[in-house]
Every structure is written in C-alpha cells, then in structure tokens.
Design a protein around this ligand. Structure first.
Ligand code: GLN
Ligand code: ZN
Length: 768
C-alpha cells in the first residue's frame, strides 16, 4: 500500500487565530497559559483535519509560536547569553530572540531574521559563539507535542530540522568568528539524545529536514553529512525510522552525500520543483529505502494535476514497489493558505482551479489511493480534477491577446534611461536640492487600528468612496505633518490606503484574483495574503496617482511615489504555472511603466520601485538558471522604471544586504538610489559597494523595524560611522531598514527623531 504524508501544516488557523493570540499575549491582554492553550487547540485542530482526511503520516512539531528554526535554537539550548541573562521565563526568552524585548528594564534586540530559502517565510538565524555548547532543553518540544497528539489518539511523525541544515543556516555571533558547521561534533550527541527520547515516547518515525541539500554546498558542509548521519544511522532501533526531507529544488548535484543516509529509512524529494530528479534518485536509494515523492505543491495554490502526478508515482512504484513509495506534499504546507472553504468571493469559474492546505491533505490521500487500488477506486475525483484542468486551460480569463500584442512590441531601448547616472544626478540635484545625508523612510507609516477599521467599513460598503478618500487624505495630512516635525528630507505619503504592498496592486490589475482569508505566515505573527495571478496582466487605470498627487500637493519637500516592482509583485503573488515567470514579470513591468510615467506627469519626481523579493527569486543554485533569472528580472525592473526623464530620481528598496553573489544584477538595475536592510547585518557586507566601485547612492538601513524596540541616537550614529567606512559621504542616505507599517507611532516618532538627529550630527561634521 502506498502511504500518504504531509510534511507540515500551516500554524495560524482558519482565522489567523495564532496571530491574534500571540499579539494579545505580547500586548499583555492574555496570559501565558491562555496562549499555550490556544497553541494546543490549534495543533489538535490541525492534526484532526489531516486525520479526518485520511492522511497516513501526519506531522507534529511543525507547529511554532514564532518560527521552527527559533524552536530548534531553544531546543538545543543555543541561546545567546544576552537573552538568558535577563531573568525572563523561557517563552519570553524565545520571543525576545524572535522579536526583541524592551520592557521592564530589559532591552535586547532580536536575532537576525532572513528568508527561508527562496520563499517569503523568514527564519531566525542560529547565532553561535566561539565557545558554543549545546544541550537538550528540558521537556523537549518535539517529544511534548508528539505525546500531546498521542493523547488525543493521533499518531504523528515529528518533524525536526536536521543538524547540518541547522548549523549551515546559522552564523557566528558578533564578536565570534566560529564556522557554524565546525560545531557539528558538539551538536550530534544532543541530536542522538533527542531521537532516543522520541523513540522512548513512542515515535516510530521522524522527518528530518535537510533542505540545505538543494543548495550549492561548501565542502565543509557537504562533508558534515557523513559523520552526522553515520552517528544517527548507527542508532538503529534505538531511534525512530528517519526520513530525510529535502525541498525547494533537486539534490542531484549533491548525490555524493546520499551514502551518508544508507542506514536511514527514507528520503523525501521535491518532485514539483524538479520531477526530472526522480529517475536519478530512485537509482541512488538503498535496497530497502523508501522514497517520499513530493508531488503535491507546498508552495503554490493550484490544484494538483492528478494525471501527471499519477504518472510520476507509477514510474516510482514500477521500480520500488508500493511499500517503498509515499505520496507527499512537496514541502511543508506552511507556505499555502489554510482552506479554500473560507473563500466566498472568488469568481465561480476559478474556484475549482485551487487547492489550499486542507484541500491538499485530501489530494495526497486521493493520489495514494489511486496508485494503490487503481484509478477506478477514485474515478469521481479524477474526473472532477481533469475537468478543472480543462476549464482553466480554456478560460478567457487566462489569455488576453492585447497584452501579448504589447509584449511583442517591447524593444531593447525601452530598458534604458536616457542618460548615464552622472548626467542624471546633476539634474536631480538641481531639481530636488537635497542636503548631504538626506533622510527618508521606506514608504509605509503605522497601519493603525483606525486605518483598518475605515478600510473594513469601505470594503463592506458601510462608508462611501468619497468618505474613505477623505479619511485617507486626512491620514496623508497627518503623515506629512509628522514628517515636517521630524525634519525628514524626502517625504512619503505613508501608504495608508494600502493593505499590503502586493495585494494592493493585484487588486488594481487585470489578470489577478484575490482572496479574503488566504493568509500565509511571513514571519512571527505577520501574515500576508498573496493575490493569485490567473491570466495575462494589464493595468486598466492608474493605481497610485490619486494619493501621491494629493500628498505632493500638500507637502513642501519632495514626495516619493511608491510602487511595488514587477519581480516582487510576481514573487509575492501566487504565480501562474502555465506560462513562464519571465512572461508574467514583463506583463507586470509594462503595467508599472505606465504608472511610473503617470506619476512623473503628475509632479512626482522621486519614485521608489520596491524589489524586496528580487533576491528570494534567485534560483538557489548558481549557474545557468540563476543567470537567466537575473537577466529577465533586471530587464523587468528596468522596463518598469526607464520611461522617465533624467531629472526624475528612481529609488529601489531591498529588505536584505547580502548582495555579494549577485551584485552585478543590483548594479545593472541602474537605480539612482538604493535603500537596503542593513541594521542587523554586518556593515562589512557594504564592502562589495567599494569593491565594485558602485557609483550611485545607497541608504543602508540604520535601525531594525521588525522589532518594537526604539534605537537610541547613539546606536544610530555608531551604525552610520560604520557605514562611512565603506561608503562615500555624498553617496549615503539615512533611512530605516524597511517600511514602518507594523510599528506604532509611539515607536516610530522617537526612532525617527533619533535617526534625523544622527543625520544632522554627521551633516555638521562633514560640513567642516
Ligand atoms: N514601501 C514598502 C513599505 O514601506 C516597502 C515594504 C518592503 O520592502 N517590504 O511598506
Ligand atoms: Zn523592506
């Protein structure tokens, strides 16, 4: 019999229950025991969904109050001392690492948070010391949650992050220079102890995630698999049966690692991303090893194509036999929304094209049945599936000849600005008259309760469009007034009208559909609701002119227009899988190009086109695929921005500072000013701007906006002086790491006051 498996389930709950509970806990509105009870309720509900669907292998320890990597930091007692020395209890230590803690005399910033492979989920980086030790936490979470499931009659397969990935995803703490992977010999005994504890608790299987295997591995990391998994494999019956899970790519380039798994039970591979790897992997498996075939997409919302999946599965079964094949989700379902059943407003036609997490649990079950008992056993499901596939392929929603026509007329010249940077800059300088170290923000200001209330009222039809517009204008007035008080140099309108930087545009473009409840976790309690690209994209009308024009009309300083770039629109949507992403990106670029030109026509001479998702779209491995991506990604950005005059200043923004591996692409964007995340990264990362003699302007973030913590003026000055070791003063802009929408005004005002004062301090210094 072919079994079905789910690699992980979304944690938030149908109505983002977990978000609400954790935020209420942080605000002191509910107690710790209330929060723990809510976590328990959600875990049980999610196990039950999978059990009721008939899933054979149900995950546990996939739940997390903040992030699964952070859970492992605590599980292995790899907590930097600055958190343990604060007299906080273990849950508050945990949250302090995730989001910083500034309360009751305690003031610690969070650990660094970065993107989880090529997804928009963020994990907390293990941050390790030269003299790092590990030990198993008391009452280890994986054991506790396994037993919790067992107590309600559900036998689960605990999910662990593998020791090699855990270390390889980590970094040395400030002041240390340890190579994380060198700590492996210290981590292995803790891992062994954990596996034994799981076995003792009754777990017969575990899923050990080693997603690092889909990337290009440094030799030391590659070599680490052997000692790690030989030690674990040697446990034999003292440990549960282990399936190594890889996802988001193929592992064919790392085949020499596989012998390290010889004594393990099984291997999971992502056959959605790379079905071609199947043949190779089958050949590499040991004589008894099980293949977990990830055929149901954990990263996108499209209904599984049963016919295709069955063909793949049958190919595997032919060689391995039914007992050695498991039908699985390609990755954890963390990256897809909870259930399609919550969507009441999708156009009738498209509804049947999608599957969210709950529906995907049914898909693995149907597929397992189809290949175990034959197609006849699930005839109705297969027929309905085939009909859905056909409906989508033939829909008029999918194809727009006008869009295709316009794409065919794109010329190479349309990608280039009129003049080189120095010519443009001379004009911009005259036109904008900015001081040295100009200060600005990244776009959004706090999205207050009041803003959400009014937006809801408008969506529900409780207030008219005029009333809503009036409210938004007042919000813009307020933002401008505050920026006047703060003394910033380039203003923003604050984005009060935007629910989300991608969804907002998705709702205004043809070719998109949008959902009402389809939230996915981005980091901690933060969720995003990616719109879905279902067809060819075009802009029926201007999208941001009304607000930006108004803002410019009431402000004394230059107003920055704010758009989300084509790659970010693409990456933070659920893209189509029936046409190449480069085609979708170009369609978005053309729509945005029209918007950029319209902004300029309406008196907006600084335009920021955000591309925070550019990096996460980077294929995980270097080589041809990466080069091809960068080519079309850069072209899309340039196509969207190059339609303006030299005197108009194009900004772009990125929420990270690791540019080393694709700097040429960042440079090729030819943006006049870049703002980047930097406050929690090493200023050394800026070295690349020197090495590459980067001529244009850069604003590396001077403080972290993900944390409620208010940075001091001293801290910001310190940061700026570090930056000045790498950047020329004329090149440097002063801004926060990212937009401020998740913060409150009483955090934002003092933080920006400190920032502006710090900029003034350096302005004085450099005047002399
Ligand atoms: N302009 C956006 C904002 O400020 C940028 C957000 C982002 O980069 N994630 O909210
Ligand atoms: Zn950002």
């Amino acid at each position: 019999m072919v079994q079905s498996a789910v690699l992980g389930f979304p944690r938030m709950g149908v109505l983002r229950d977990l978000k609400k509970a954790t935020e209420a806990y942080w605000a002191g509105k509910i107690s710790q025991s209330d929060l723990l009870a809510e976590g328990k309720r959600l875990r049980e509900a999610h196990w039950k969904i999978q059990k009721d669907a008939g899933v054979d292998i149900i995950p546990s320890n996939d739940f997390s109050f903040y992030d699964q990597v952070l859970d492992h930091i605590q599980l292995f007692s790899a907590i930097p001392e600055r958190y343990t020395s604060q007299n906080l209890d273990s849950l508050d230590v945990y949250f302090a690492m995730g989001r910083g803690h500034q309360k009751g005399g305690v003031d610690v910033p969070s650990l660094e948070m970065v993107k989880w492979f090529d997804s928009n989920y963020h994990y907390t980086k293990p941050t390790l010391q030269n003299n790092q030790t590990f030990s198993l936490a008391k009452d280890p979470k994986p054991v506790r949650e396994f037993l919790e499931a067992k107590a309600v009659g559900i036998h689960t397969r605990p999910v662990l992050l593998g020791p090699v990935s855990f270390l390889a995803l980590g970094k040395a703490d400030r002041g240390s220079n340890v190579d994380p992977i060198s700590l492996l010999p210290k981590l292995i005994p803790v891992y062994v102890e954990l596996l034994k504890a799981l076995k003792a608790a009754g777990a017969d299987q575990v899923q050990v995630d080693e997603p690092i295997l889909v990337t290009d591995l440094k030799p030391a990391v590659k070599e680490a698999f052997k000692p790690a998994y030989e030690a674990i494999g040697a446990l034999g019956d003292a440990a549960p049966r282990i399936t190594i899970a890889t996802y988001f790519g193929d592992i064919v380039h790392n085949l020499e690692v596989l012998p390290a798994f010889a004594n393990l039970y099984g291997l999971h591979v992502d056959l959605v991303r790379n079905p071609e790897q199947l043949e190779t992997i089958i050949k590499q498996l040991g004589p008894k090893q099980v293949l977990s075939a990830g055929v149901v997409d954990g990263r996108n919302v499209w209904k599984n194509n049963f016919q295709k999946s069955i063909e793949l599965l049958q190919a595997a079964i032919q060689t391995l036999g039914q007992e050695r094949v498991v039908v699985a989700t390609s990755s954890s379902l963390l990256h897809v929304p909870h259930t399609l059943a919550s969507e009441k407003k999708l156009p009738e036609e498209v509804y049947q094209w999608f599957s969210f997490a709950v529906e995907k649990t049914h898909e693995v079950v149907v597929l397992a049945k189809a290949v175990t008992e034959g197609a006849a056993s699930v005839r109705a499901e297969l027929d309905a599936n085939a009909a859905a596939m056909k409906s989508r392929a033939e829909s008029t929603r999918t194809n727009d000849p006008k869009v295709k026509e316009r794409q065919s007329q794109v010329t190479p010249e349309m990608h280039n600005r009129k003049s080189p940077f120095d010519v443009r800059y001379a004009q911009q300088k005259k036109h904008l008259s900015l001081p040295l170290f100009p200060t600005t923000t990244i776009g959004s200001f706090p999205q207050t309760q009041e803003i959400r209330i009014q937006r809801n009222k408008f969506t529900k039809g409780d207030i008219t469009e005029e009333q809503y517009d009036e409210f938004i204008r007042k919000e813009i007035d307020k933002c401008i007034e505050i920026q006047d008080e703060l003394g910033l140099d380039v203003y923003v309108h604050g984005e009060p009208e935007r629910n989300d930087m991608v969804q907002y545009f998705g709702e205004r473009l043809e070719g998109y559909v949008f959902t009402t409840h389809a939230w996915v976790q981005s980091y901690g309690s933060r969720c995003v609701r990616p719109p879905i690209i279902v067809g060819d994209i075009s802009r029926p009308a201007p999208m941001t002119i009304k607000e930006s024009k108004y803002a410019a009309s009431v402000s004394k300083k230059p107003m920055k227009g704010m758009l989300t770039g084509p790659i970010t629109c693409l990456r933070w949507s659920f893209p189509r899988v029936d046409v190449h992403q480069s085609v979708q990106a170009q369609q978005l670029a053309l729509a945005l190009r029209d918007e950029v030109v319209d902004l300029e026509k309406n008196g907006i001479y600084v335009i920021q086109v955000d591309e925070p998702a550019l990096r996460e779209g980077l294929p995980l491995r270097s080589g041809k695929e990466r080069d091809a991506y960068l080519k079309w990604a850069v072209d899309s950005f340039k196509l969207s921005t190059a339609g303006v005059e030299d005197s108009t200043q194009i900004h772009s923004h990125f929420c990270y500072s690791e540019f080393q591996d694709f700097f040429h692409a960042i440079s090729a964007l030819d943006a006049d000013v870049l703002s980047i995340e930097n406050s929690k990264s090493d200023a050394k990362l800026l070295q690349v701007f020197i090495d590459e003699a980067y001529p244009r302007h850069i604003g590396p973030g001077v403080y972290d906006i993900h944390s409620p913590r208010v940075p001091s003026e001293e801290e910001i000055k310190q940061r700026i002086s570090e930056m000045l070791q790498y950047l020329r003063p004329e090149q440097l802009w002063i801004n926060p790491d990212c937009g401020l929408k998740t913060r409150t005004w009483d955090q934002v005002k003092p933080a920006l006051t400190h920032m502006v004062n710090a900029a003034k301090f350096f302005r004085e210094q450099y005047k002399a």
